[in-house]
Design a protein around this ligand. Structure first.
Ligand SMILES: [Zn+2]
Length: 407
């Protein structure tokens, strides 16, 4: 594209272009920090004067700070910029039995982390969480908190501000956001756990240049997070991706959603425990972690239970490949510790599901499950400031250059 020489005043007249350019610069600093303004201009393709205007604003807003001063051969000393790691986010990973509450800086580094038993109802939960959060805010007076991100084992309806569907949590439809915002004075963002894992991959993982990715989370349930064309897919009411509740055998075991034989009753960690119980009489008191440990030690019943789970996970891949045909499928779950033996069962099913062309890449997530959900909720809060998708870097860059050139 031919670059045209317009002035930055004209760029600044467009809120949209300015917002996109700001997001690009902020994301480049995040990924390549410490970085000089000259390198920012080179990497973004934006004019140096545009980069200077944006970085000055980011420094005024305290998103960015001066880092080390580099030295070039001819004595010129560029100033390097980095994110201000005193800006922090509170994150909550709400799970059916245990909830993790943590403090992270803007770079996704966790400064503190604690677990609390998940309360039996949403009213008590709002009370318990807000007390813990207020305590964390008080004990980190050096930090400026941007907001609270919550990963939920259900679907969040943005329009009605409620968690709509959380069959494994066994809470009624609830509003956790309102009471928490009131108690802490901070904005609260909520997202489904599988969607949080997608954001974690796109922001902090290996998927920063992938535009079509499905993340499958295997825990008490089975969730699918979809990132399509560089955007998170949530659907009209936040329910997109509930493939775990497609019945694959209507005569099968009862599912938490009320239906029978859903994919998740065959592919979740609870399913693996059921398989284990069937062959091992003492199996009823085991946790999934214990069955994993037994399999790692070579216990035949435990291995068999996990292989049955992996085959069931693999069979569900047919729905994902047929519906989305993604470039990449990423798995989040404790079972990925045994990926060397279980992964091939899943890959075989993915390959069998492809009718034409190259099969999607299949891999376990870069982070373990709890870390993936927590990092995803950090990204959830940050994306309001950094732009909706850090991954759509390439297309956004072209868009921004186009705007810079045409304004
Ligand atoms: Zn179901």
């Amino acid at each position: 594209m031919r670059r045209m020489n317009f002035t930055d005043t004209q760029v600044a007249t467009s809120e949209t272009a300015r917002g996109i350019n700001r997001g690009i610069v902020l994301n480049l600093i995040r990924r390549r920090q410490p970085i000089s303004r000259a390198d920012l201009a080179r990497a973004s393709g934006l004019q140096r004067s545009t980069v200077s205007l944006i970085t000055e604003q980011l420094i005024r807003e305290k998103w960015v700070i001066y880092g080390s001063t580099g030295r070039l051969p001819r004595g010129c000393r560029p100033t390097f910029l980095q994110l201000n790691d005193r800006r922090a986010i509170l994150v909550v990973d709400l799970r059916p039995s245990l909830t993790t509450i943590a403090v992270s800086d803007v770079n996704g580094r966790f400064l503190s982390k604690q677990e609390v038993p998940t309360p039996a109802d949403p009213v008590t939960a709002a009370d318990v969480f807000s007390t813990k959060i207020r305590h964390l805010i008080d004990s980190h007076s050096e930090l400026v908190f941007e907001g609270i991100g919550i990963s939920v084992p259900g679907r969040f309806d943005e329009r009605h501000q409620r968690v709509l569907f959380a069959p494994n949590l066994k809470w009624p439809e609830f509003d956790l956001r309102g009471p928490l915002e009131k108690a802490t004075g901070l904005p609260v963002d909520m997202e489904n756990a599988a969607n949080a894992c997608v954001l974690a991959e796109v922001w902090f993982g290996q998927a920063d240049l992938v535009r079509d990715i499905a993340v499958v989370t295997i825990s008490e349930g089975v969730g699918v997070g979809i990132f399509c064309g560089g955007r998170l897919v949530v659907g009209s009411n936040g329910m997109a991706g509930e493939l775990g509740h497609i019945p694959i055998d209507p005569g099968g075991p009862k599912c938490g959603c009320g239906a029978s034989g859903c994919w998740e009753v065959y592919a979740s960690n609870w399913a693996a425990l059921r398989y284990y119980k069937e062959t091992s009489p003492a199996g009823s008191d085991f946790t999934f972690k214990e069955v994993l440990a037994l399999a790692e030690k070579g216990d035949a019943s435990a291995r068999n239970a996990l292989e049955r789970q992996a085959q069931a996970i693999g069979r569900g891949m047919r729905m994902i490949v047929a519906a989305l045909s993604p470039e990449e499928i990423v798995f989040v779950g404790e079972f990925t510790r045994l990926w060397d033996s279980l992964g091939e069962l899943i890959v075989a099913e993915v390959e069998a599901a492809v009718l034409v062309g190259k099969p999607p890449r299949v891999r376990p997530a870069a982070a373990e499950p709890s870390m993936a959900r927590l990092r995803g909720t950090v990204a959830l809060v940050l994306q309001k400031h950094f732009g909706p998708s850090a991954a759509a870097g390439k297309s956004k860059l072209m868009e921004a250059q186009f705007m810079e050139a045409t304004l």
